[in-house]
Design a protein around this ligand. Structure first.
Ligand code: SF4
Length: 262
């Protein structure tokens, strides 16, 4: 287990499942999602995607302890108040995680947006060992970074080779759903879909494909193979051009916005 001011590993069920592959260990940063820090919005598409209510931020430990929620709010406020100090903390913590992984004989993976959707590849320079880099990805080429995102325009960017992004679907808003489908079709990027139940997700995995969209009703269409996205959280190991099928956990089970499918 690795614990620091900004990132942590090992205490999260998704991470432990991923860790069974042995090669990688993932450290995740958890912020207060959307505008919950009351200082700014770390999830610019949450309103359109209708995902805040079913957000994973309330699943697991954070759903049980208000102290965890408060700590995440304080961390997010630090991000807004002093970006330079925040990035310096992040560099220090990732460097410590790299050393921790080296000692353990595993490769380091980091998810910066555990419960946020910040565009880290843009306007987030940082300094490591006296050298200033354009992004945290450039500062740590030895680390595999990965995230889910609802900011679909990010999939069109030339992302650093050590950063893998998976689009995140929601049918809460037709324009948003269409934009994600268009982006996935045009870029080949993977799309994560949260299904209502494990059984529903498994059914699509067994069927071999999910035909998404209602032709004639304004929604674009996409037909793709569905993989079991809960088997591992290591999204950068997925083959390209698939739907990453997840099933609803925590408050997402009760979602009625359209974020959860089925
Ligand atoms: S699901 Fe993602 S984008 Fe939506 S509120 Fe949660 S962290 Fe933000």
């Amino acid at each position: 287990m690795f614990k620091s001011k900004t990132i942590r590993s090992g205490g999260n069920a998704k991470t432990i499942k991923g860790d069974k592959f042995g090669q990688y260990e993932t450290a995740i940063m958890y912020l207060a999602p959307a505008s919950q820090s009351l200082m700014g919005n770390v999830c610019p598409m949450a309103g359109q995607a209708g995902c805040e209510m079913g957000c994973l931020s309330k699943a697991g430990r954070a759903g049980m302890f208000s102290s965890i929620v408060e700590a995440r709010i304080a961390k997010t406020q630090r991000y807004f108040k002093s970006r330079e100090t925040f990035m310096a903390d992040l560099v220090k913590d990732i460097a410590a995680f790299v050393r921790y992984c080296a000692k353990k004989g595993v490769k380091p993976a980091v998810r910066l947006n555990g419960t946020s959707d910040i565009q880290w590849e843009v306007a987030h320079p940082c300094t490591r060992q006296g050298v200033t880099y354009t992004s945290i990805f450039a500062a740590f080429p030895e680390v595999q970074f990965y995230d889910y995102t609802k900011v679909y325009k990010r999939a069109y960017r030339a992302l650093p080779s050590n950063y893998s992004l998976t689009l995140s679907y929601s049918a809460a808003n037709e324009a948003y759903a269409n934009a994600v489908i268009d982006t996935a079709n045009e870029t080949g990027a993977n799309v994560a879909i949260v299904y209502r139940t494990k059984a529903l997700r498994n059914q699509f995995v067994e069927d071999g494909a999910h035909y998404l969209g209602r032709v004639g009703f304004g929604l674009r269409a996409m037909k793709r193979e569905v993989i079991d996205g809960d088997e591992t959280d290591m999204r950068f190991t997925d083959k390209l051009g698939v739907i990453v099928g997840l099933y609803a956990k925590g408050p997402a089970k009760r979602d009625t916005s359209g974020f959860v499918v089925g």
